[in-house]
Design a binder for this molecule. Sequence first.
Ligand code: NAD
Ligand code: DAU
Length: 332
Amino acid sequence: MRRLLVTGGAGFIGSNFVHHVLEHTDDHVTVLDKLTYAGNLASLDGLPSDRFAFIQGDIADAGLVDELFSRADAVIHYAAESHNDNSLHDPRPFLDTNIIGTYTLLEAARKHGTRLHHISTDEVYGDLELDDPTRFSESTPYNPSSPYSSTKAGSDLLVRAWVRSFGVRATISNCSNNYGPYQHVEKFIPRQITNVIRGIRPKLYGAGENVRDWIHADDHSSAVLTILDKGEIGETYLIGADGEKNNKEVVELILALMGEAKDAYDHVTDRAGHDLRYAIDSTKLRSELGWKPSYGDFEAGLAATIQWYRDNEQWWAPAKDGVEAFYASKGQ
Ligand code: NAD
Ligand code: DAU
């Protein structure tokens, strides 16, 4: 039984990972999470108390991080400010958490010799043209566009430097867009699902031609566990499930699955600097470590996600009005 420390485990992907680990291994999990607006303890309800502990705190708190690293066998680092639109409004928290927070964890990993897996995003590579046949791979140069993605790129480079300069035992993964349960209603798919539930028309930025490469959060979790078990120290692995769709297709599918007319949505003000297309080539992870995704059918995964939001209104309702007021103030 390993003792895992999961930063950001009360957020969307972190909480999915905690559920996945407790279900598929006999590891013990401690979550360190600041419980910002994006963290929700209800996402961790019902977990076994003999295998799970929760600590509220900041990953930039060096004293707390040092103590938690001293009793962890491995750390999986999900904590971040994660939303592009927020980073355009107020970049500062992105620097504090994504850069200084990651630096703080790296210093603790260096001191204690702790195995660290750093969770990152395909957005560090910038974007691709809509008609570009290529996809991102581990050798694609970094070219981030937004304050969010540039701080994630910075955090990745810090990890690489601490591996090379100080021998920190770290790996990195860069994953594409996740969907599934426990995702905050500020994000695209939950925003549109909860809009339809509330009788609000879905909101599509610009023409809706931007492409995202969707993967179910549970497939992201299985990939991270695979890298933790079999990944080579110092290596980067791209995680993706060949799920490219443009935003218009996704909104139309949500509307169809929810029994609405497929054109019952509004075009709203586009995001500044909006990345056109992300696409992941995950050949390295699949061929070297033997991982493959389980959720091959996006429509079935989306239908299950819609059902989860229908069944868990008490989980998302407290955040919904504030998020919509924020978007409305920006014409979105
Ligand atoms: P999220 O915003 O849902 O959750 C982030 C969590 O981190 C929250 O629980 C929040 O309270 C916590 N947190 C924030 N600042 C903190 C701090 N200073 N100290 C401790 N905890 C703090 O984010 P998410 O969508 O689950 O993303 C998790 C990670 O995965 C991020 O690193 C993100 O860059 C990466 N990622 C996300 C996606 C995606 O599609 N959402 C895709 C690829 C990679
Ligand atoms: O690619 C991985 C990234 O995916 C992660 O690093 C980020 O943490 C995560 O938030 C996500 O970033 P995106 O900016 O791609 O996700 P978001 O859900 O904000 O938007 C998805 C697409 O939908 C994007 O093209 C913008 C568009 N959009 C978004 C919202 C909220 C709309 O058209 N309407 C909306 O209301």
